[in-house]
Design a binder for this molecule. Structure first.
Ligand code: GLU
Ligand code: ZN
Length: 299
């Protein structure tokens, strides 16, 4: 019998900020098959921490579409909106370690820095009086991700990113904190997601280290892009997926991931396509690229 800790646990963690598009389907399918091909459990987590950006019904729509696609998850769906106490506990733990500080820098000031925060409030002598964000003191060291698809990816957080926000000024918990707390709590061993999140990974590793968490394995697949090279996203008007075209989407997704599905699989029912994909999954075939253009029916 293998110990539970040897067991693979994967997850799909959509933000219900709109309907699924082809780009999110790729991450769902690839993480599902990568996990199931190794006998793992596959969990679903709704990253619903920003109600102002979540149209009513979007989370349920995502669940229905995943069902149509025969991507069946294990156990109950975890909703991040129900997990605020756990994030506050992690914040308290980091505060106890002296790893956080309040920051009341204006949005303009931060924007003018062009993406690398200068740790201004780390060194100020007085505590801000008004509402403030909470930032994490990043370690002054190179962090290396060993990605199963993209290879080695490095960032020196102090130079490349600076201290980053864990809780926003308006009280919203930042994605970077919530994601590591929940990956740990759900026992996730394997994270497979889109390449757009590769540059978040060093921040997540730094938080895992500070909180004494286990470090999962990472794999980042290329993201689907429109003909202008922009990542498919709601901002770029990616087409929402329709419920009656599941087989067509899955077949195209397997092609995108270079899994070489046989032509006969094109019209097979989703459950059959997904079973084929699981039996034939080869992560080595996934291109080591950041983006791949897709045809205009998706963008
Ligand atoms: N919720 C994030 C997104 O939809 C993904 C989080 C993750 O996979 O780490 O972009
Ligand atoms: Zn500040």
């Amino acid at each position: 019998m293998t110990a539970a800790s040897d067991h693979i646990i994967g997850r799909f963690a959509p933000s219900p900020s709109g309907a699924l598009h082809f780009g999110s389907l790729l991450a769902a399918l690839a993480s599902f098959v990568d996990c199931r091909a190794r006998g793992g459990r596959w969990l679903l987590r709704m990253e619903d921490l920003d109600p102002a950006r979540e149209p009513p019904g979007a989370a349920d729509q995502i669940l229905h579409l995943l069902e149509d696609l025969a991507l069946t998850w294990d156990g109950p769906v975890l909703y991040q909106s129900q997990r605020l106490e756990a994030y506050e506990a992690a914040l308290a733990e980091l505060a106890d370690q002296g790893r956080t500080y309040p920051c009341d820098c204006s949005r303009q000031r931060v924007r003018a820095l062009g993406g690398v925060y200068d740790n201004h409030c780390r060194h100020r002598l007085s505590t801000p009086t008004g509402s403030s964000a909470i930032r994490f003191k990043v370690p002054d060291q190179m962090i290396t991700v060993h990605d199963r698809i993209q290879g080695e990816y490095r960032q020196h957080l102090r130079r490349d990113c600076g201290d980053f926000v864990l809780r926003r000024r308006d009280g919203l918990i930042a994605y970077q904190l919530a994601v590591v707390v929940d990956d740990q709590w759900q026992g996730v061993t394997d994270i497979l997601r889109g390449h757009d999140l590769l540059d978040s990974t060093p921040r997540q590793l730094a938080l895992q280290q500070a909180l004494g968490y286990r470090q999962p394995e990472y794999a980042h697949i290329p993201v689907a892009a429109n003909h202008r090279g922009q990542k498919l996203s709601k901002q770029h008007f990616a087409r929402p997926l329709q419920r009656n075209s599941a087989s067509d989407y899955l077949y195209q997704a397997l092609n995108f991931l270079c899994q070489q599905p046989p032509v006969g699989l094109r019209r097979a029912p989703p459950a059959e396509q997904v079973a084929w994909a699981t039996a034939h999954w080869d992560i080595q075939r996934v291109p080591k690229l950041a983006t791949i253009p897709v045809n205009s029916s998706f963008s």
